[in-house]
Ligand binder design. Structure first.
Ligand SMILES: [Zn+2]
Length: 361
């Protein structure tokens, strides 16, 4: 069995912030370095110093970048941006895009395949207003044992305003609002290298980046700008979209929001809650990450099953004779009633029901 315990929750925020800080410092140093290999925003826009030798893998093997490549990069950006509209992205869109336009990794498996196989836990640990911090387990080859995924719910203030109209006693409203909120647009960030080098640029140009912005074009790792999210984010998105534990967590957060004086809220799970959850999960199946297509196919199958079931029921109803008829038939078969007697009874006006009644006596 996979070790599902995600470690000590105390200190998770500073751990996440420290990792983000280290990432930021490294990135700044890389850009300042005299031999920086970062392809900047202005260079992609065409301010290109031809004496600079930078490498791209577009078209296959690594080779020096030409001005034609820059045009191709801008085209790829426009193509990628077409997949997104406006501010943020929904959890469902992330899963669907990861499945329909995957970024092929080193092997044949995609990020969504890896999320399904390797990332079995994603738990919301703390929330401060619109930001919810998740911890996930790390993959088998990782040098760390967990990752931090930050999700920013863009519709948080709308949710706050919705809740202003309810009383502190209304139990349904926070849960309903939580369920609404989790289907709305969001932004995300992950502490892993895959997000950093492959996808951070995409989430920046798509306006669904909740961490450091990345303006350097991923000319080597992902010049075609394929895919959308790492396996950790994909597992989190699946949980956000459909898990009860995320719904319950968000409902608590919404409850605090409803009861707060100034429309702010903080919520955190306790170590014991997490440990209990792990025990519960140890005996249950991991949620499957489903794309919209898979959901539609499932709904179709369920509908077909239901209609088959209905038809079978109808047939049964037709086949099933009235009780009186069955009783008469049984009496005829056993000799308790003769066919000629039955005929007489019917002729003098007895209904089958009355005949059956008489047979009972
Ligand atoms: Zn990640």
């Amino acid at each position: 069995m996979v070790n599902l315990w995600l470690g000590k929750l105390k200190g998770h925020i500073s751990e996440a912030k420290n990792r983000a800080k280290a990432d930021k410092l490294e990135r700044e140093a890389a850009e300042k370095h005299p031999n920086s290999i970062i392809l900047t925003k202005r260079e992609v826009q065409g301010e290109w110093d031809a004496s600079r030798v930078l490498v791209t893998t577009i078209g296959g093997a690594p080779r020096p970048i030409t001005t034609n490549d820059l045009a191709q990069f801008r085209h790829n950006m426009r193509m990628a941006q077409k997949n997104f509209n406006g501010d943020g992205i929904t959890a469902r869109q992330v899963i669907d895009l990861a499945s329909s336009k995957p970024m092929p990794g080193t092997g044949s498996d995609t990020d969504i395949d890896r999320a399904r196989k390797q990332i079995t836990m994603a738990v919301p640990v703390s929330a401060f207003n619109n930001e919810v911090r998740f911890i996930t387990n790390a993959g088998p080859d990782s040098e760390v044992n967990r990752h931090h995924v930050l999700v920013r719910f863009n519709a948080f203030s709308v949710a706050a305003n919705k809740l202003m109209a309810s009383t502190a006693k209304e139990r349904r409203d926070p849960k309903q609002t939580a369920n609404w909120l989790r289907k709305q647009k969001l932004a995300f960030d992950c502490s892993c290298g895959r997000h950093r080098y492959w996808f951070r640029y995409i989430s920046t140009i798509g306006n669904f980046n909740a961490g450091r912005k990345e303006m350097g074009f991923p000319k080597i790792r992902n010049p075609n700008l394929k895919g959308v999210a790492c396996k950790h984010v994909l597992r989190v998105m699946s949980e956000v979209e459909s898990s009860t534990s995320v719904l319950n967590f968000l409902a608590k957060h919404m409850e605090k929001l409803r009861d707060s004086q100034d429309n702010t809220a903080k919520h955190r799970i306790k170590q014991k809650e997490h440990d209990d959850e792990i025990k519960k999960r140890a005996n249950s199946r991991v949620n499957t990450i489903k794309t919209s297509e898979q959901r539609a196919a499932e709904r179709k199958r369920a509908k077909e099953r239901e209609s088959l079931h209905k038809k079978a029921k109808q047939v049964k109803r037709i086949e099933r004779k009235p009780t009186a008829t069955r009783r008469i038939e049984a009496a005829l078969a056993s000799g308790k009633l003769s066919a000629s007697d039955l005929e007489v009874l019917r002729r003098i006006g007895f209904t089958d029901k009355q005949v059956a009644e008489k047979l009972k006596g």
